[in-house]
Write a protein that binds this ligand. Structure first.
Ligand code: NG6
Ligand code: CA
Length: 515
């Protein structure tokens, strides 16, 4: 009798604990494993949001996130261009370790190895449903590139995402199509897609031959196939029904993000939501054209703020806000003229897209990698501002910690568990970290010091009018006194230069920094 009572008691306990494990995240108390959303903007600078000091533009929805969450002032992407930054945020590995992790053409093969941990696989192992919606730009398909007319694999679904709705590279690169899981959306077998970055394919007009057909002229490059009145990089043939309309990009991605959230309202989810804004070609939804008075660049910032607001509303509506951790950040610094005449330069009206920092996209100066970075998790993350030094490369290990997982030495070689900093439990950040430009030239930040390794190259990137941060002399800046990186102290502190150069060399040779 006693024994059977004990048995029933044990059974009840077991049932209770398994119920607790299966409990739905919706409406939970906030200390349990949350849903996680990364909103990853494109080319959005530190100074582009009103919560980061912009006065010429107002971003009320993102400001609301900043008001309710933790706003970081010293958070970084790992690179000042897209592909390496995205590679790092996804894999927790510094992208300079892979020579091919540079701005990729639209037909490049998948950069991420199938046995590599990603932020997606971390959440999958924790039992989450995962999705990637938006810009991808880390390659698709096997060596030689993807088969646009068949199964496109491997891609996001093979590296940690249960669902994906993406465009392959950038909005200015062919093919200008959506890929849902393994297929081009609205593919027409009678109009097969062909893509080339070497030579013209097909008979569609190009920006070079038919500039009269353009609704937005290019300032440099972008003279390949014209899609939706805009010249692209590269040439494409076919897929006419599948080609997107730039004006709908923000809405289309938002709709997919919302559907994924809705579908998983009663199941833990992770959403990597990589919005297209504010990358070129900037062609906002008609509701936003002219709204900012800063040209289309300002208009797409407003549009991005609007879609963020609508995403937050969806979470509210589904009663998920309380148990959702959101990170809002960007992949690299800002640029005004990135190859199209869209009014960004003429109408900047004193707006400072990189805030107080020098340089921007493509640059090794802080403007290239110092990012807006906001974390919200109501009831857990206390509102405030944090000066902790963190890098996007840390998200993988931090998410592993959030979901109580151990990483092996094969995983995420440069990702550090910064969960306490991200949640505001400490103001302490990393002691050092590495950032790079698109060509893999490196800078090391350690304490107050920033060292940029010597490298040949133009000081000014003329086409985009951005200082590259390159010099054949070593550069050393004291960021605690000189955020603008104006005063090169390398000559005054040869010992520090030597030490930092040696450390950088060791970081390169060792192949990892987490262990
Ligand atoms: C450059 C493009 C630029 C942009 C960038 C990638 C030209 C002249 N410039 O080569 O428009 O597409 O690549 O941007 O073609 S990123 O944000 O994806 O890194
Ligand atoms: Ca970018």
């Amino acid at each position: 009798m006693k024994q059977s009572l004990l048995f029933i008691f044990a059974l009840a306990l077991l049932t209770l604990s398994s119920c607790a494990q299966q409990k739905k995240p919706s409406g939970q108390t906030p200390d349990q494993t949350p849903n996680v959303i990364i909103i990853y903007a494109d080319d959005l600078g530190y100074g582009d949001l009103s919560c980061y000091g912009a006065t010429r533009i107002q971003t009320p929805h993102i400001d609301q996130l900043a008001k309710e969450g933790l706003r970081f002032t010293d958070a970084h992407s790992s690179a000042s261009t897209c592909t390496p930054s995205r590679f790092s945020i996804l894999t927790g590995e510094y992208a300079f370790r892979d020579q091919s992790a540079r701005i990729l053409p639209g037909n490049a093969s998948l950069l991420i190895s199938l046995d590599q941990a990603t932020i997606g696989t971390v959440f999958q192992k924790a039992g989450y449903q995962t999705a990637c919606v938006g810009k991808w730009h880390v390659g698709l398909g096997p060596k030689g590139g993807p088969d646009w007319n068949g199964e496109i694999t491997p891609g996001p679904n093979e590296v940690g995402f249960d669902y994906s709705f993406i465009f392959p590279a950038t909005a200015d690169r062919v093919p200008t199509v959506y890929v849902e899981n393994h297929r081009v959306v609205a593919l027409d077998k009678n109009d097969p897609i062909e893509v080339s970055y070497q030579h013209k394919v097909g008979n569609d007009p190009t920006g070079k031959e038919n500039p009269g057909l353009l609704k937005m002229k290019s300032s440099h490059g972008h003279d390949g196939t014209i899609v939706n009145g805009i010249g692209r990089i590269g040439w494409m043939k076919g897929g006419h029904l599948a080609r997107w309309t730039d004006e709908s990009l923000a809405n289309d991605f938002l709709a997919q993000a919302q559907m994924f959230i809705e579908k998983n309202a009663h199941h833990p989810f992770f959403l990597y939501y990589a919005v297209n804004e504010v990358h070129v070609p900037r062609m906002p939804d008609t509701r936003f054209k002219g709204k900012s008075k800063l040209g289309y660049r300002g208009d797409v910032i407003l549009e991005m703020d609007d879609v963020v607001g609508r995403l937050l509303k969806t979470l509210d509506y589904l009663d998920l806000t309380k148990n959702t951790l959101i990170i809002f950040t960007s992949d690299n610094g800002p640029v005004l003229d990135d190859g199209y005449m869209d009014g960004a330069v003429e109408k900047d009206h004193g707006h400072k897209p990189a805030g107080p920092f020098r340089g921007g996209k493509y640059s090794l100066f802080e403007g290239g990698t110092r990012m807006p970075f906001i974390v919200t998790w109501p009831g857990v993350v206390k509102p405030g501002v944090s000066d902790a030094l963190i890098s996007q490369v840390d998200l993988l290990a931090s998410f592993a910690a959030l979901t109580h997982q151990k990483l092996t030495n094969r995983d995420a070689p440069d990702s550090r568990d910064m969960l306490s900093s991200l949640l505001g439990r400490t103001k302490q950040g990393r002691s050092s970290y590495v950032e790079q430009n698109n060509g893999g030239v490196l800078a090391l930040i350690k304490g107050n010091w920033k060292y940029i390794e010597p490298h040949k190259g133009p000081a000014l990137l003329k086409a985009v009018n951005i200082e590259s941060g390159l010099s054949i002399q070593p550069q050393l800046y004291d960021l605690s006194k000189d955020t603008g990186e104006k005063n090169n102290l390398a000559g005054a502190h040869p010992d520090i230069v030597k030490q930092m150069a040696a450390e950088l060399k060791q970081i390169k040779e060792k192949g990892h920094t987490r262990y």
